[in-house]
Design a protein around this ligand. Structure first.
Ligand SMILES: *Cc1c(COP(=O)(O)O)cnc(C)c1O
Length: 382
């Protein structure tokens, strides 16, 4: 026996009280999930689309009104399970809206301070929703400043920067565990064409398309993923060129989607095709779909619906049958003063009439020819 080793006296092990907080926190987050059933996969009737069925996963019915409810829960779980969020941690996010609303809700559930860093242009309804959950809003002048200011605020408060644009793709367990892709393919199981030809999704963080694209590969499905980009956004040009440093100086007009830079959570390698569409097409599609669903959907849902119809038109042209899946990202109630307001449309010089006519003749009569002129770009052959 070496005499150098001295046995320390038995001493009590640490109680690890902070772990107890984390255990309670995880329990609360699980409870939020358990209280809601899964979101619906709706199948509207479009009688012109012979042999092609469109399904829409309705993410507007989450307790905080958008698909960002899933993301916020995942970011909180990720932060707690990585030891970054503990009792009393101030949470900070760079967000112009939906993500901050959902995060403010979860911060309230866990009794944690929350600060959203956002541009002055953020809609008053969203600011109000964040404050109602007890969150604070920190305004910046230029949208591009939100990232650095959020980092600074987190450092100053010894808090945790949730950083949706970096962590969206990795906070979600893409292999399954009831993520959005898992849920969609489960709900499709008894349909005529259970394996969709395409899933169509827009991109904000890029996290949802990353989860769907990875899941499709992991489950060895034939389904392909098409990402639809909007007018003022860096994603499409970056997808075409492979250059991740591309930026777009003009802010996107479609809330929730289109970014000034290529966000770290945007994963081009799992995307099979991208198209870029005019904002007028997104907003026209939003109006058309709202009419058919008897309730208002948001602008980014219009982007999804237009892209889905564009793919359906291509399939019809080639005589193909099958199913297509996309998402209802949020409700249109948030946009009464903008996309649903004729004065706002006129002020922004957005004429939705031609796109509206084009979509209506397509979904009612299967007339697809006019789609050929409807988009700004299409990358890689269908
Ligand atoms: C965030 C968001 C999207 C895009 O989802 P990502 O997973 O971030 O790419 C679409 N629509 C709305 C309304 C959003 O808030």
């Amino acid at each position: 026996m070496s005499e150098c080793i001295s046995t320390p006296p038995l001493s009590p092990l640490p109680a690890c009280e902070d772990r107890e907080w984390a255990r309670r926190a995880i329990g609360i987050l699980e409870g939020d999930g358990r209280r809601s059933a899964d979101t619906h996969l709706v199948k509207p009737v479009f009688k012109g689309l012979r042999g092609i069925s469109i399904y829409l996963k309705d993410e507007s019915t989450h307790p905080t009104g958008s698909l960002k409810h899933r993301l916020a829960r995942s970011l909180f779980l990720y932060g707690i399970c990585n030891g970054k969020i503990a009792q009393g941690t101030t949470l900070v996010e760079a967000s112009s809206g939906s993500t901050a609303v959902s995060e403010a809700y979860f911060a309230h559930l866990l009794d944690l301070p929350f600060i959203a860093v956002m541009p002055h242009s953020t809609s008053p309804q969203k600011v109000e929703a964040i404050e109602r959950f007890g969150g604070k809003c920190h305004f910046v002048d230029r949208p591009s400043e939100v990232y650095t200011v959020a980092e600074r605020v987190a450092a100053e408060t010894s808090g945790h920067y949730l950083d949706q644009f970096t962590y969206a793709e990795r906070a979600t367990d893409w292999r399954g565990n009831n993520n959005i892709a898992d849920s969609i393919f489960e709900q499709m199981k008894s349909e005529e064409h259970p394996e969709p030809e395409w899933v169509v999704m827009n991109a904000g963080t890029g996290g949802t398309s990353a989860t769907i694209g990875r899941f499709i590969r992991y489950r060895n499905l034939r389904t392909r993923l098409c990402v639809v980009d909007v007018e003022h956004s860096a994603f499409y040009a970056s997808y075409m060129s492979g250059d991740r440093d591309i930026t777009c100086p003009t802010p996107s007009r479609i809330e929730g989607v289109g970014r000034p830079r290529v966000e770290p959570s945007f994963i081009p390698g799992v995307i099979d095709h991208m198209i870029k569409i005019p904002d007028a097409a997104s907003i026209a599609a939003m109006h058309v779909l709202s009419d058919r669903l008897f309730r208002r959907v948001g602008g980014s849902t219009g982007t999804n619906f237009f892209g889905t119809c564009w793919i359906a038109a291509n399939m019809m042209k080639e005589g193909k049958k099958g199913s297509l899946v996309s998402l209802i990202c949020d409700s249109g109630d948030r946009y009464a003063a903008t996309y649903y307001n004729p004065d706002w449309l006129a002020k922004n010089e957005i004429d939705i009439t031609p796109y509206r006519d084009m979509l209506e003749t397509f979904i009612d009569h299967g007339e697809f020819k006019r789609f050929e002129a409807g988009i700004i770009g299409s990358a890689a052959a269908l």
